[in-house]
Design a protein around this ligand. Structure first.
Ligand SMILES: O=C(CO)[C@@H](O)[C@H](O)[C@H](O)[C@H](O)COP(=O)(O)O
Ligand SMILES: [Zn+2]
Length: 201
């Protein structure tokens, strides 16, 4: 099979679309910024109080969950102590055992029941907002007394009952929502670092 390079037209459309979605998200900031602040505040209070962040998602969002956790256990931009964050997507033994013996919809919720404590934060990442394993994880976290944050797109009609903070980006295609999610995740990382280290002059 031969492959042809992308046409200039396709590349231009992709970049123009991405710019438009960034602009749309910027326009939504009056609504989004308070939610981002609430999400960051819950993360900081968990981390400062001896708690942790648990993060989950499927496919590309599993990669985003790992990316987010690594920014915290490693470092984001500035030097600081490692922060307690764990992606629930990385333990193939837990994922296959729970998926095989129980249900794939329980792969994150069961880990949440094992690991989450009151005051922790469960961050669910789902472009549809409706993946059963992410939604069950949020419900399990809520039952335990952990805070719940959901990153999604614009397909949810309303904030699910089990979600404290909804960060919904104005896009409806999975890949495009993911592109905005990684921006929000980096904004959260910067906000967390500012709270812990002080705002840079
Ligand atoms: O990355 C992509 C598409 O860009 C896919 O791997 C995508 O993440 C998967 O289809 C997921 O299963 C979608 O789940 P969700 O975002 O709706 O929760
Ligand atoms: Zn993707």
């Amino acid at each position: 099979m031969t492959t042809s390079p992308p046409t200039a037209d396709l590349v231009r459309r992709q970049f123009t679309g991405a710019l438009r979605r960034h602009r749309d998200t910027l326009d939504l900031l009056p609504a989004l910024e308070p939610e981002l602040a609430r999400a960051a505040e819950r993360c900081v209070s968990a981390l400062c109080g001896g708690g942790k962040l648990l993060i989950c998602g499927n496919g590309g969002s599993a990669a985003d969950a790992q990316h987010f956790a690594a920014e915290l256990t490693g470092r984001f931009r500035r030097e600081r102590a490692p922060l307690a964050a764990l992606a629930l997507t990385t333990d193939s033994s837990a994922l296959t055992c729970i998926g095989n013996d129980y249900d794939f919809a329980d792969v994150f919720a069961r880990q949440v029941r094992a690991l989450a404590r009151p005051g922790d934060v469960l961050v669910g990442i789902s472009t549809s907002g409706s993946s059963p394993n992410v939604r069950r994880a949020l419900s399990a976290a809520r039952e335990i007394g952990a805070h719940t944050v959901l990153l999604s797109g614009d397909r949810l009609p309303e904030t699910p009952a089990e979600v404290d903070v909804l960060l919904a980006v104005p896009a409806d295609r999975t890949a495009q929502i993911q592109e905005m999610h990684i921006l929000l995740i980096h904004v959260l990382c910067e906000t967390i670092d500012d709270a812990l280290l002080g705002v840079e002059a």
